[in-house]
Design a protein around this ligand. Structure first.
Ligand code: AMP
Ligand code: MG
Length: 433
């Protein structure tokens, strides 16, 4: 049997970073920059006032005090957006607003609170050093400087900076377009009447949500019955429109496992048994340049497989280079079991105990059909292949299903921002990314 790590590295070797595209800022939000971005302009673009007040020559107000204010004639007003303001002559002042260009001749701004606020003449109550409250051209960004390196995930501050330097369409790695295709003749679309022997198709919704959380644009295709021709037609039709396809169901050893039947025959997908639980039957291949993941049909198996194999591949396609989900060593609270020679990913709730340590409790039934436990878990407890019994107090690694900084919408300043702590952990299904 193949190990989990071998399967992950095989997949990562086969998928490529998506080609760069220039996207408008709103669409680029949450994406990784494809190339370094250098400024072509300065920030600020010109010397401007940091205060509402008066533009003066510092030498003229040197003697100003509350007892002996200096009176200057006010020669005009300079508003934000004014172009080419008139020079300030010695012994005069101009009213000036925040963001307005500093007029020639002036070398200090007196904030309005230090004056009587006059419009004909102004009484200045305090002296000012030269340069006071003047925001100098280029003090934030100089033309030609590297403002954002390739790989940075664009959050709100990065989007603001790009706009400020007048980059309307930054080059980014686009969001992968993902088709989610559930198969099974027993499946009914949610909200419809469920007949005898039928079940509601939950996988296509869950996996679509997981793909959206991973920053993808998702097309959900449902209701593909266990019929080879219909499955193949649905798959071929969607291939030209997407970067990845994720199927669920039909990869086991049953009589109607059509996904496996069709794609084994064409030789385009390799079906393998991976030494893990849940999620042993796995398939992966690249068809016409599109990554195709065939996940098992049991709902928890599908989600865990997505987490371990699909999500890292999508991150690579997006050009994300920082660490993925955070892992933490946790203390297990209760006795748990795991099959021999398989790596288990048990659904647990990780919380802080009174000492500040992290404790993992089973989130409920550990069957691959126990969706309610998955829905109350906030972490996957990793039980190594060699371990079959976990005793209370044992320490193991847990993958925290928190939103990553690198998921984009929540990005900080860098792709390598520190992972969220468990204190702020939210269940994966709630993560709004
Ligand atoms: P399969 O891998 O097709 O043999 O399916 C394994 C189990 O998962 C069966 O009990 C299926 O009914 C169930 N299953 C398959 N697809 C879905 C789905 N889309 N939603 C919910 N359960 C499913
Ligand atoms: Mg099936």
């Amino acid at each position: 049997m193949k190990t989990v790590d071998e399967h992950i590295s095989d997949i990562l070797e086969s998928v490529a970073v998506l080609p760069a595209r220039r996207l408008p800022l709103a669409a680029a939000h949450g994406c990784a920059l494809a190339t370094d971005v250098r400024a072509t302009i300065a920030l600020p673009g010109f010397d401007n006032s940091a205060m509402d007040g008066y533009a003066v020559r510092a030498a003229d107000v040197e003697q100003a005090s509350a007892q002996t204010p200096v009176r200057l004639p006010v020669t005009g007003e300079i508003a934000a957006g004014a172009a080419g303001p008139a020079p300030v002559a010695p012994g005069t002042a101009a009213r000036i607003m925040t963001g307005a260009p500093v007029p020639p001749g002036a070398d200090a701004i007196i904030q309005v609170e230090w004056t009587d606020g006059g419009t004909e003449t102004v009484a200045v109550h305090q002296p000012a050093r030269r340069g006071l409250h003047i925001r100098r051209a280029g003090e934030d960004v100089t033309p030609g400087s590297l403002v954002l390196p390739a790989g940075v995930v664009l959050g709100s501050a990065q989007i603001g900076l790009l706009a400020a330097i007048n980059v309307a369409r930054p080059p980014v790695r686009p969001r992968p377009r993902v088709a989610v295709l559930s198969t099974g003749s027993e499946l009914v679309e949610v909200g419809k009447v469920v007949g005898p022997g039928q079940i509601v198709d939950s996988n296509s919704h869950a996996v679509s949500a997981a793909a959206r959380e991973a920053g993808c644009e998702v097309r959900r295709l449902t209701g593909v019955p266990d019929d080879p021709a219909q499955f193949e037609a649905a798959l071929r039709a969607v291939l030209p429109e997407v970067d990845a396809v994720v199927t669920t169901g039909g990869v086991s050893v049953g009589a109607h496992d059509v996904v496996k039947e069709v794609l084994t025959a064409t030789g385009e997908v390799r079906f393998e048994r991976v030494a893990m639980q849940p999620g042993q039957p796995q398939g992966f291949g690249v068809i016409d340049g599109v990554a195709v993941f065939t996940l098992p049909g049991n709902p928890v198996s599908a989600l865990v497989s997505f987490e371990l194999f699909v999500r890292p591949a999508l991150r690579k396609m997006r050009g994300f280079t920082g660490p993925g989900r955070p892992s933490q060593v946790v203390t297990v609270a209760e006795r748990l079991t795991s099959p021999p020679a398989k790596r288990s990913f048990l659904r647990v709730r990780v919380d802080r105990d009174t000492d500040g340590g992290l404790v993992a409790h089973s989130a409920g039934g550990q069957g691959s059909h126990h969706l309610s436990a998955a829905a109350s878990a906030n972490a996957l407890l990793v039980v190594p292949e060699a371990v079959t019994v976990v005793e209370p107090g044992d320490q193991l690694t847990a993958i925290l299903l928190t939103a990553e900084p690198a998921d984009g919408i929540l990005a900080g300043l860098a792709v390598d921002a520190a992972p969220a702590t468990v204190a702020s952990a939210v269940p994966a299904l709630e993560a709004n990314v």
